[in-house]
Design a protein around this ligand. Sequence first.
Ligand SMILES: [Zn+2]
Length: 241
Amino acid sequence: MRRLPPRPELRLITKKKLVKETMAIAQSQDPKTEAERRYGNARKTKWFKPIVEKLAEMSGPGERCMFCSGSESSQVEHFRPKAIFHNEAMKWENFLWVCGICNHSKSARFPPDTEAGATIINPVTEDVWLFFFIDEFGNLTPRWRPELNAPDPRASKTIEILALDRDALQQSRQMRLVDLKEHIQDTLALYNQGQLATDILRVRCGNWLTLPFQPDVADYFLKGPGRDESPFAEFCAEAEC
Ligand SMILES: [Zn+2]
């Protein structure tokens, strides 16, 4: 998971179209079927394209999945499943841009409405690093809650539902962390020898943050709580970033 920028505004014409569709679903005799039908039809039309373009823009370079950051996004995800929340099938605030693995894994699960358990975390409206940390090996891990004597229940449920601990993904985060540390150590060594100016450190930091390879790891260690750890703390102090 990673933090995402705030949701941008859609053009008025697109917003009006979504409102019209939502009203038609609410007024239908069978809102569940109508939500599926209207959403399915909309995905094939031209007016829905700006919605996908805005989501892609939000997910940044390489259009990494808004849930796992590991794969290219290819599917519009209804954060609150349209099979349960029919009236949110056509709501902009309910759309995310995710990969097929996360979308398939989540399916229509949304505790506590569909099963027991804590609510899953929305990466657009919540700061994911309040719930997770990335350990020294690069693994995404729920934060420990001393008051519960247990890992954070929302983080644990989010990992379970989205399969965020799948092997390939954890390996990918581990590889990104090793790679990022090496680049930072090399850059700091050159800087300490007087071979690099401070503004080059900042340029490199920007490049690392936008690289479409597990951007969650770069965000955590360069912009999130991980920047207090070595060698990121030394780098961030020198780069003043
Ligand atoms: Zn994903």
